[in-house]
Ligand binder design. Structure first.
Ligand SMILES: [Cu+2]
Length: 150
């Protein structure tokens, strides 16, 4: 009977890697990593315990933004962009396996006081969600990027 358990876990993990594969497909909808020589603006986001400041950001279709994300809180935080459905799925995995290593593409993990940057090219108009998927943070620590049509 005990032998069945590792198998079940294995199946759950392979389901996650399947959804991670879906996630990279999805990233073509939310844009893609951008080139540093195409950056038009810098947008600063600060993480506090537990929210993003600002929680709403406006960009234009076709724009390449350099995001500077700083953890100004006293706890570890993360930042991940995607659809709300995708973010919810990832947050659920964090709750189920809090000690597992995480490797979603474009995931930022920040210790208190730490600052990280990434460059993103927004290819299409729409609304992109972002959040800290950590347990206890996810419900409040969310934001939206409004990608305006050119
Ligand atoms: Cu957080």
């Amino acid at each position: 009977m005990n032998r069945i358990i590792p198998l079940v876990i294995l199946v759950l993990f392979s389901t996650e890697s399947y959804s991670a594969a879906n996630h990279s497909n999805l990233e073509s909808d939310i844009g893609r990593p951008g080139d540093s020589d195409k950056v038009s603006r810098i947008i600063k986001l600060t993480q506090v315990d537990n929210m993003f400041l600002p929680a709403e950001v406006e960009v234009s279709e076709g724009e390449t933004i350099q995001f500077v994300v700083k953890n100004g809180g006293n706890h570890k935080h993360e930042m991940l962009m995607g659809s709300m459905a995708e973010l919810k799925k990832i947050a659920k995995m964090r709750r189920m396996y809090p000690d597992k290593g995480h490797s979603e593409t474009q995931l930022l993990q920040l210790e208190p006081g730490e600052q990280k940057e990434f460059i993103w090219h927004f290819t299409r108009a729409g609304i992109i969600d972002f959040a800290c998927p950590l347990p206890g943070h996810f419900k409040k620590m969310r934001g939206k990027i409004f990608v305006e049509k050119k």
